[in-house]
Design a protein around this ligand. Structure first.
Ligand SMILES: [Zn+2]
Length: 91
């Protein structure tokens, strides 16, 4: 289940950066994803491995009908317990 919760968090972060930097026409976002500690469904925080296919599906689903609908998401699985946005490309 972390896949979808993480997808929402990632999109929020992308929107923050897009606003801050006043970016337009985003074409591609690259991400590095490790195992993620996250709380959800009233559970305490716990560590879960992220399924990349589910994550990308979640990102595309939540981005649909928004300014990020056309964005290509390039997700790399990495070691560690965090995630980060490595680049945001514009057209
Ligand atoms: Zn979980």
């Amino acid at each position: 289940m972390h896949d979808f919760f993480l997808a929402k968090q990632i999109l929020e972060k992308i929107r923050e950066i897009v606003m801050e930097k006043k970016l337009e026409r985003i074409s591609k976002v690259s991400l590095e994803i490790g195992s993620i500690v996250l709380a959800h469904d009233n559970l305490p925080e716990h560590l879960e491995d992220i399924n990349i296919e589910n994550l990308v599906f979640g990102l595309k689903s939540f981005a649909k009908d928004t300014a990020l609908a056309q964005v290509e998401f390039d997700v790399q699985k990495v070691a560690g317990e965090s995630w980060k946005i490595t680049s945001i490309e514009v057209e």
